[in-house]
Design a binder for this molecule. Structure first.
Ligand SMILES: Cc1ncc(C[n+]2csc(CCOP(=O)(O)OP(=O)(O)O)c2C)c(N)n1
Ligand SMILES: [Mg+2]
Length: 290
C-alpha cells in the first residue's frame, strides 16, 4: 500500500526539486503538472528516498529529471511494465509512472490494461496534449478527428481515444481527470491517486505550445470543462463512463473508485493458500505426478 513514510522532518515543495531546470518550451502545460507533483508529494510529506518516478520517452517523460527522488527515464511506451517491476521488487516504495498520450496509448497501449487488471499499487499520470510533442507534431491516439497535423496534412481519419474511458473499462481502481492550469485541483487529484491503494490513473489535459494548435488547446478545454458533479457515484462504472465520455463537457475530478485487492495482496493470498495446502503449488503438482 502507498504510505507516506515516517520521516524526521516536514519536507517543503523545494525538497522535491532537482538541480536540473526543465527544458520544456515557454508556455508548455507540463510546467503546471510538475508543480502539482511537487506539491502533492509535499502534502503527505513523502520522503524523496521512498519515491520512484518511472517514465517512457517524450517531453512529458522528462519529468523524473526535475524531481529529487529516484527516477527511471526508460524506453518509449515501456514505463508501466518497468514501474510494475519496481513496485513488485520493493512494495514499500511509492511508485509513480508518467508519460504522454503517445507513449501510453500508441506504442505502450498494450501495457495499460494489464497493470490495471493486476491492480498494481502505483499511480500512472498521463499527460494528454493530444500530439507527439517531442518529435514535433505528429498526430497521437488522442488527436481530434479531421485534425491537420504533420502526419495527417489533409485531416486525420481516426477518432480520438478517451484515456479515462479506457482506464475505467480496463478496471483501473481509481480514475481521475485534471487540467494542467487548475493547479490546486490537480495537486489534490495526484495526492489522492498516490494515496489510493491500487492502480490509479490520472489523465492530465495539457497543452503543447509549439505543436498543438489544434482543437485540443487550452481555450477549448476552458470552454468545455466542468467539474464532476457532487452526487456522482464513483462506485458505478456506467456513471463513470458516461461522465468520462460526455459529448459536450470535459469533466474534471475523480470519475471512478473501486477498491479491490492489489497485486501484492493477491500474491500474499496465493502464498497463504499454498502454505495451507489449498492450491496447486509446483511442489504439490510434482508430488501428484511423481
Ligand atoms: C521505439 C521508439 N519509437 C519512436 C520514438 C520516437 N519518439 C520519441 S517521443 C515520441 C512521441 C512522444 O509523444 P508523447 O508520448 O505524446 O509525449 P509528448 O512529447 O507529447 O509529451 C516518439 C514517437 C522513440 N524514441 N522510440
Ligand atoms: Mg503528447
Amino acid at each position: 500500500m502507498s504510505t507516506a513514510m515516517e520521516c524526521a522532518r516536514p519536507f517543503g515543495a523545494r525538497d522535491y526539486k532537482s538541480e536540473l531546470k526543465p527544458i520544456w518550451c515557454p508556455g508548455c502545460g507540463d510546467f503546471g503538472v510538475l508543480n502539482a507533483v511537487y506539491h502533492s508529494l509535499r502534502e503527505k510529506n513523502y520522503d524523496p528516498k521512498d519515491v520512484v518516478l518511472v517514465s517512457g520517452i517524450g517531453c512529458s517523460s522528462r519529468l523524473p529529471y526535475f524531481v529529487k527522488a529516484y527516477g527511471f527515464h526508460s524506453i518509449h511506451g515501456r514505463a508501466l511494465p518497468i514501474a510494475q517491476g519496481v513496485k513488485t521488487a520493493n512494495p514499500e516504495l511509492t511508485v509513480v509512472a508518467v508519460g504522454g498520450d503517445g507513449d501510453g496509448l500508441a506504442i505502450g497501449g498494450g501495457h495499460f490494461p494489464h497493470v490495471a487488471r493486476n491492480n498494481v499499487d502505483m499511480t500512472y499520470i498521463m499527460f494528454n496534449n493530444a500530439i507527439y510533442g517531442m518529435t514535433k507534431g505528429q498526430f497521437s491516439p488522442t488527436t481530434e478527428l479531421f485534425a491537420s497535423t504533420k502526419t495527417s496534412p489533409f485531416g486525420l481519419t481516426g477518432e480520438a481515444l478517451n484515456p479515462c474511458a479506457l482506464a475505467i473499462v480496463y478496471g483501473a481502481s481509481f480514475v481521475a481527470r485534471g487540467f494542467s492550469v487548475k493547479k490546486e485541483h490537480l495537486k489534490d487529484l495526484i495526492e489522492q491517486a498516490i494515496r489510493h491503494p491500487g492502480f490509479s490513473f490520472v489523465e492530465i489535459l495539457t497543452s503543447c505550445s509549439s505543436f498543438n494548435t489544434l482543437d485540443m488547446n487550452v481555450a477549448r478545454i476552458l470552454h468545455a470543462m466542468d467539474y464532476v458533479p457532487d452526487g456522482h457515484d464513483v462506485s458505478d462504472p456506467i456513471a463513470a463512463l458516461k461522465l468520462a465520455g460526455h459529448d459536450e463537457k470535459i469533466h474534471l475530478g475523480v470519475l471512478r473508485k473501486s477498491p479491490r485487492p492489489t497485486l501484492q495482496e493477491k500474491f500474499t493470498e496465493i502464498q497463504e493458500k499454498a502454505r495451507r495446502g489449498k492450491s496447486a503449488t509446483v511442489a504439490s503438482l510434482a508430488r501428484q505426478f511423481a
